[in-house]
Design a protein around this ligand. Structure first.
Ligand code: NAD
Ligand code: UD1
Length: 379
């Protein structure tokens, strides 16, 4: 495999495979160096798509793209990367001028709820201005097929679960509002021009890692979410996990969520793309929950992680986190019915793969002893 710098932050990652038939569809993946995006790009390549990643690397490492290339084997010839911020419309325009895209998967954005409360304008800038730029450039180039990363955050804290796509959309924080506003923009675009085909995917709680242990979540700074925190305790980077409240009306008093393996989530994007390209179906602009439909408490998932890792995770009982839902899990039957997608993995596989990633890369992609999958062919 060769990695060619082509100037202007563009990198072509070329494999040495000898397949002669090229992929039929080319997909732009914004945020494709990130946690979910990198897993999705690998699945797209394996499914025979060509993937062009655009990422600012603001919350990710180029090494993730290189590892995707290494894992993709001969499919790596169908992967390329451009370091572009989607708020830079000229930068996006250049990418669209050089390649004709059949569809876009839009992951790029900021996702830390607490930070969005402190810095709302930053969140509106990345998640809304960036999305508008992207949609404008797509429209200008006649690319009208989109899969958008939405979030269960659009539901806020529903009074009951399981949560269907018809539940009220009442996000509790600026992050969730950026997701809802972007969804509304998509619905308006479709109403104005029915040639658009848009799938909004509302993810529940993505966890786990690629089973190889070469791709995973590598948050900058202190993790906001539970499992990255647990993982850092397991590798000795932090002393304990604080449980945000143990007096909820749940099975053991701790919060209940719908954890979903990131590989299942990645497959959901391939399923969504297939739907977009299926001309026999009338798509419009539709939202789908991507979850397992199962609720798991904080204590249950931490126990499962202890089993997977063989490590004791010290726990401290703390206050409830403001804005937290008591119980939030999905009904994902609409995705099963219409996208032909269903999550395959449970919390055992999620914890096993999360630990495999964490133990091989205790400091994420920059770990000194992490596997030599950084663009070399040593795997
Ligand atoms: P991530 O931070 O790992 O990935 C996001 C990627 O987007 C990063 O690589 C980052 O560098 C890039 N990015 C951010 N702003 C950008 C910009 N202006 N221009 C170009 N690139 C930019 O996060 P993730 O967990 O992979 O999330 C992907 C998407 O899914 C996000 O839109 C997020 O809001 C959404 N989502 C995530 C979760 C979750 O728990 N991880 C849940 C629901 C929804
Ligand atoms: C959080 C976001 C949500 C976002 C989702 C996925 C908040 C309020 N909500 O949801 O908008 O869509 O991430 O990115 O931040 N917990 C602990 N200790 C910790 C961390 C978490 O006990 O250190 C508990 C939480 O109270 C919750 C569960 O673990 O019950 C999961 O928390 P987390 O991983 O942060 O996800 P969500 O709260 O579901």
């Amino acid at each position: 495999m060769a990695v060619n710098g082509t100037g202007n932050g563009a990198m072509a990652v070329n494999g040495t495979g000898n397949g002669t038939t090229g992929p039929s569809k080319t997909v732009l993946v914004t945020g494709g160096a990130g946690y979910i995006g990198s897993h999705a790009v690998l699945q797209l390549l394996a499914a025979g798509f060509r993937a062009v990643v655009v990422d600012s690397l603001g919350n990710s490492s180029e090494l993730a793209v290189r590892r995707v290339a290494a894992l993709a084997g001969e499919h790596a010839r169908n992967l390329s990367f451009h370091k572009v911020d989607i708020r830079d419309k000229d930068g996006l325009e250049k990418v669209f001028s050089s390649t004709r895209f059949d569809a876009v998967i839009h992951f790029a954005g900021l996702k830390a709820v607490g930070e969005s409360v402190q810095k709302p304008l930053l969140y509106y800038d990345h998640n809304i201005v960036g999305t508008i730029n992207l949609l404008e450039v797509m429209a200008a180039h006649g690319c009208k097929k989109l899969v958008f990363s939405s979030s269960a955050a659009v539901y806020g804290s529903p009074k009951n679960s399981p949560c269907t796509e018809e539940f009220p959309l009442t996000p509790h924080n600026p992050y969730g509002r950026t997701k809802l506003i972007a969804e509304e923009i998509c619905r308006d675009i479709y109403r104005s021009d029915p040639e658009w085909r848009i799938i909004l995917l509302r993810y529940f709680n993505p966890v786990g890692a690629h089973p190889s242990g070469y791709l995973g979540e590598d948050p900058r700074g202190t993790p906001n979410n539970l499992m990255p925190f647990v993982q850092q305790v397991a590798v000795g980077r932090r002393p304990s996990v604080t449980i945000f409240g143990n007096n909820y009306a749940t099975k053991d008093g701790t919060g209940v969520r719908d954890y979903i393996h990131v590989v299942d989530l990645a497959e959901g994007h391939v399923a969504a793309l297939r739907k977009l390209f299926d001309n026999s179906s009338n798509i419009g602009c539709e939202a789908y929950n991507l979850g397992t439909g199962k609720g798991t408490s904080v204590l249950e998932i931490v126990n499962e992680f202890e089993k997977a890792s063989g490590k004791k995770i010290p726990l401290v009982i703390g206050q409830r986190r403001p804005g937290d839902a008591e119980i939030l899990f999905s009904v994902a039957r609409k995705a099963e019915r219409e996208l032909n997608w269903k999550a395959k993995y449970g919390i055992t596989e999620m914890c096993r793969d999360q630990w495999n990633w964490a133990s091989k890369n205790p400091y994420g992609y920059e770990s000194p002893d992490s596997p030599k999958q950084n663009g070399s062919n040593s795997h």
